[in-house]
Structures are given as C-alpha cells and as structure tokens.
Design a protein around this ligand. Structure first.
Ligand SMILES: Cc1cc2nc3c(=O)[nH]c(=O)nc-3n(C[C@H](O)[C@H](O)[C@H](O)COP(=O)(O)OP(=O)(O)OC[C@H]3O[C@@H](n4cnc5c(N)ncnc54)[C@H](O)[C@@H]3O)c2cc1C
Ligand code: SF4
Length: 331
C-alpha cells in the first residue's frame, strides 16, 4: 500500500482566506481541488508539500454564470456539473463532450475544471511509485538528472494530458488568476509553457478562479466545434491523443476561421493554424487535407504507452472524428 507523507491540511472558506494561505505558505503548499490527480501524486511522492490547501469549502468558486457573450465557470465546478449543464450543452457543446471524456464517473464527480486545466504533465517514467523511479535512477522532472525519453538530460517533455484544455484553447477561453496583489485575466493560449516540469504560468501564490468561454455564435459567423479522443479504455483512461477543432463558417458556407488543437503529444497543447482553409467549404476532402496537414506537423514521443508511429497515424483519424462531431452539432 502506498502511504502519503505527512502534511498539514488547511480548509479556507472564502477566496480571500485561500489566497492569504497561499501567500503565507508559498511553494511549501499545494492546492487541492477535487484531489483526483493530486492525491495519487502525493502517494507516489511526486510532490511532498508541507501544506495542502483544500478548496472544497470555498463555495464561491463553484458555479456557472451565463452572460450575453460568455459562459463563466468557477474553477471548483466539477466536470460532472459541466457535462450536465444545459447552457454549456447549448453554447459550448464540445466542452461538455471533452469533460465527459475525462477519466470515469467517480473521478468526474470529484474532478474540477480548475484542476483539469492545472493538471500536471504525465510521463511513463514519472507517474510511478518512488521505488519504481528509484530503480531507474529517477529522472529530470523529479530527483534525477536525465530524461529517459530524450536521453539528453536537458529538457523534460512530459505530456499535457488535460482534455478540457484541448477544446478550451480552440474556443479562445480565458482564465482569471488571483493572488494577494489582485486579479488578472489571461487567454488560455498564454497560460501553458513548453516545459514538462511545470507547464503553466501559475506562481505558488496564484489561484485560478474562473474560466471564461465565448458562447457559440450563429451569425454573422456560425461556430462549429468538435472534440475526439484516443484512449485505451473508453470508460476511464488518460488520452493518448486529444483533439479539438473549431470552424467559423460564413453566410456562404465557407470557412472564415479555423483552429486545431492536439494534446497529449507535448508538454503544452499544440495549436495548429489552418489559415489555408479560409474560403473553402468544410467537406470530406478538406477534412482529409486537414488531417494530413496536422499529422505532418506532429511527432509523438515515447513518454506515453503505445507506438508513436501508430499514434501519429491516429491524428488524421481523430481529426476526422472531431470534424464529424462539429458537423453533427451545427447550431
Ligand atoms: C484513473 C484516472 C484517470 C484519469 N483520466 C483523465 C483523463 O482521461 N483526462 C484528463 O484530463 N484527466 C484525467 N485524470 C486526471 C484528473 O482526474 C482530472 O484531470 C481532474 O479534472 C483533475 O481535477 P481535480 O479537481 O481533481 O484536480 P486536483 O487533483 O485537485 O489538482 C490538480 C492540480 O491542479 C492544481 N489546482 C487545482 N485547482 C487549482 C486552482 N483553482 N488554481 C490553481 N491550481 C489548482 C493542484 O494544485 C494540482 O497541482 C485521471 C485521473 C485518474 C486517477
Ligand atoms: S519526459 Fe523525461 S524528464 Fe520528463 S518525466 Fe519523462 S523521463 Fe522524466
């Protein structure tokens, strides 16, 4: 049985109390939202914080607010709540789909949107017990000096594996980040870093409080959006690939804007610009071209189970699936 190292637990009831505790404890504290990723990581001794600050009693971090152009989702809103929410189903259906593909039912009822966006990167050589990692001599991300994936020892390439980030990047979402100095809003595209050791911009005293998602439009541009995921077991597993597509279609049924995001390949979700699609209709031919184009720009690594060559082939297959969903859910 894996035992957690001892730590002090803190249970703030307000956002102010939470940020004060983060400011006080700094890098010796970790935030716990649903705990579905944090707790296994504590058991594996990937993290050994002195303080764990639970957000479970901060009621104001939960909830979904719909305004004229935006859906604002509190960081502690669970993935299950997102999947079931009628407004999100209507105005950002691909987010419901992505949330529904995270882990399994129990984990979705505890796991939160904030926790999913701030999820640690993953790697076959890292998400293991202390003894397993010790036997291999540890690695660059924790306690060691070399990377077993690249063999160069210079850079960690553990993979971002958070499914909601994939689609929220396509939808041009923003996040509110709070600390004792105040609140700042940043685009999700500026949130992630290409460093597998720490792949987001959050500082130890930062708290992600809200996620803002632009609502789907129907005119003058019609937003089509779709999500697809490759994983071992449909019922629970982390992604081997997670794909989001978004097309804004004009009155002549031509693409005016498009974006593809691919996750679970690199430390940061990869966004592929597809301006060459502008002015074309979204047909089976353009979808096939898009699949090939994206595939040519990705090189899966050996940090996730399964053959990288096969995962590369699956990129075009899953882009097609995501596009088909986008067409099926046309507003
Ligand atoms: C068996 C299994 C399968 C899984 N499958 C998937 C999957 O398919 N797809 C997927 O995306 N995930 C998967 N997960 C990971 C996890 O369950 C989800 O990502 C979940 O959404 C994490 O949310 P949480 O609230 O539990 O986060 P926590 O575990 O509480 O926190 C995760 C990280 O985010 C930080 N954090 C949390 N909230 C905030 C905040 N508001 N501000 C700043 N930092 C914060 C924490 O400090 C921690 O570092 C799986 C986990 C397990 C155990
Ligand atoms: S990519 Fe390399 S350094 Fe990063 S977790 Fe995996 S083995 Fe460790």
């Amino acid at each position: 049985m894996l035992r957690m190292q001892p730590f002090h637990s803190e249970y703030p009831k307000t956002i102010e109390e939470a940020t004060a505790l983060l400011s006080q404890h700094g890098a010796s504290a970790k935030i716990c939202a649903g705990g579905t990723d944090l707790l296994p990581n504590l058991k594996h001794e990937l993290l050994t914080p002195q303080f764990v600050i639970s957000l479970s009693r901060v009621a104001s971090l939960r909830g979904i607010l719909v305004s004229e152009n935006t859906i604002s989702i509190g960081a502690m809103t669970t993935l299950e709540q997102i999947v079931k929410d009628k407004d999100i189903q209507r105005f950002a259906p691909s987010l419901c789909d992505a949330a529904s593909h995270v882990a399994g039912p129990q984990l979705k009822s505890m796991g939160t949107l904030g926790g999913n966006l701030c999820l640690d990167t993953r790697c076959l050589y890292y998400n293991q017990t202390y003894f397993w990692r010790e036997a291999l001599g540890f690695c660059l991300k924790k306690d060691g000096t070399t990377c077993h994936v690249t063999q160069t020892g210079k850079k960690c390439v553990a993979a971002a594996s958070n499914d909601t980030a994939t689609i929220l990047l396509c939808l041009d979402a923003s996040v509110d980040i709070l600390n004792q100095d105040g609140i700042r809003q940043i685009k999700l595209k500026d949130f992630y870093l290409g460093d597998g050791i720490k792949n987001n911009i959050l500082k130890p005293n930062d708290l992600l409080v809200t996620v803002h998602v632009p609502k789907r439009t129907t005119s003058p541009l019609k937003r089509l959006e779709g999500f697809a995921k490759l994983r071992h077991r449909e019922s629970i597993d982390f992604p081997m690939l997670s794909i989001g597509v978004r097309f804004d279609i004009d009155a002549q049924e031509k693409i005016a804007f498009s974006l593809v995001t691919i996750n679970a390949l690199f430390a940061r979700p990869k966004t592929i610009q597809t301006d060459w699609l502008i002015g074309q209709p979204l047909t089976s031919s353009t979808i096939a071209q898009l699949g090939q184009y994206a595939k040519d720009r990705c090189t899966p690594l050996t940090n996730i189970c399964d053959d990288p060559t096969w995962r590369k082939e699956m990129i075009a297959v899953h882009i097609k699936k995501a596009c088909e969903k986008a067409l099926e859910t046309t507003p």
